[in-house]
Design a protein. Sequence first.
Length: 299
Amino acid sequence: MAPRRRRSLLPYGLLLPAAALLGLVLGYPLLRLVVISLQEYGLRSLFTGTTGFAGWDNYAEVLGDGQLLPVLARSVGFCAALVLGTLVIGFAVALMLRRLGRGMRTAVTLCLIAAWALPNVASTLVWQWLFQPGYGVVNWLLTQAGFGDLTQRDWTTSPASAFTLVWLLVVWQSVPFVALTLYAGLSQIPRSYYEAAALDGAGPWRAHRTITFPFLQPIFGLVTILSIIWDFTVFNQIWILTQGGPDGGTTTLGIWTFTRAFSRNDFGQGAAIAVVSVALLVGLTAVYVRKLVRSGEDL
């Protein structure tokens, strides 16, 4: 019995170093964030090192702020649009990779890896240059294509076009990971299943519905969870391109946290917004995690 018990404890012992490292890297900052959210932590506290206890006052002010509901709705809607766009385009690219020859598939894969590996700040600056009024390449191409004189068009002057600009950038950065992950799943589906479906008279959509999607359900769950986490916390792209403007039209929870903490020097309320964001993110991903675990148990 003792050797069996030791064998049952071995996996936990192997996971212990990684769990300890995650607890140190993620656990302490999160705990510190919660502590700051309960304090009167402002610019004075940075110099004096002394803070007062605010209790739930920071949360009460944040939850009673008139900006909360618009910012929350904007954040959730933008996250949903990003996740949907990433999954649809990523799945289409994965299907394309499955149909390409070896040489072209290798070239496309290298391009996807290069786009994914590029730091988001660097790629955002390149994106900003592409859509720059006056000398932006995209504005010039649209002008040459006959869409009117768009050389001086500033895409960040309205919330709709600004969000579209950010959406295109984030989806472009996220598609490579999703496409390569889904392609890895597609490569594990035997082609004989599709051949049998074709003999039974099933078309492409029927084959995907009865073969592809059931096989890829756990992978879709995984990439959906990761996409929600990444897209809900998008900050660099929005801040570099629009800084939350125009008139707060692209302000999400991440931008609101930053401006509240560093523009108003109210780090307590900024931390409270961040804690609320974490709680919402956990709630948004809980359903997908549960489905992913259940699908794994059914396999």
